[in-house]
Design a protein around this ligand. Structure first.
Ligand SMILES: [Fe+2]
Ligand SMILES: [Fe+2]
Length: 159
């Protein structure tokens, strides 16, 4: 008889990523890394959009500027790994997850800004949770990369 899995506790995520996702991601490391490079680019681009949308909030624009640069450095790290592993770039359809979240964002301010921050926090928190799982499961240089990115995403979702 196996022990019941430990209850999932997280400040904002309600459920853990299923183990089947981790298994499927590890079985397709090329796609995982190419998709991840896209996610880092998208994170930088979202931070830049927030700088334009909330240009009068200098505290926010400063934080988003730093975030955009950090996400671009993550992108460069992933591309470096893709090159060193000889993985050819390919276009992937974007995932439905972030789009699904953004459809729930209010159109009118001030709720819109709050909703966008919550979406960002949920996306960063999910990355953080998945990087921890991938870092332990995938091994090699990719595992090291994900384990290294984990701490950054933990900072981002708290911000
Ligand atoms: Fe990142
Ligand atoms: Fe991030």
């Amino acid at each position: 008889m196996s022990a019941a899995p430990a209850a999932f506790e997280h400040p904002i995520l309600r459920a853990a990523t299923p183990q089947a996702w981790v298994v499927a991601a590890c079985a397709a490391p090329d796609v995982l890394l190419i998709d991840h490079a896209n996610c880092e680019k998208k994170a930088a681009s979202t931070a830049l959009s927030l700088m334009f949308a909330y240009a009068l909030d200098l505290e926010l624009t400063d934080k988003m500027s730093r975030l955009a640069r950090e996400e671009l450095r993550h992108y460069e790290q992933v591309v470096k790994l893709l090159k060193s592993l000889g993985i050819a770039p390919q276009r992937l359809a974007p995932g439905r997850y972030a789009d699904g979240l953004r459809r729930l964002v209010a159109k009118a301010e001030p709720q819109r800004e709050v909703d966008l921050m919550i979406c960002g926090a949920i996306i960063e928190a999910r990355s953080c949770e998945r990087f921890l799982a991938l870092g332990g499961a995938i091994g090699g240089a990719a595992g090291q990369l994900f384990a290294g990115l984990h701490a950054a995403e933990a900072r981002h979702y708290k911000m």
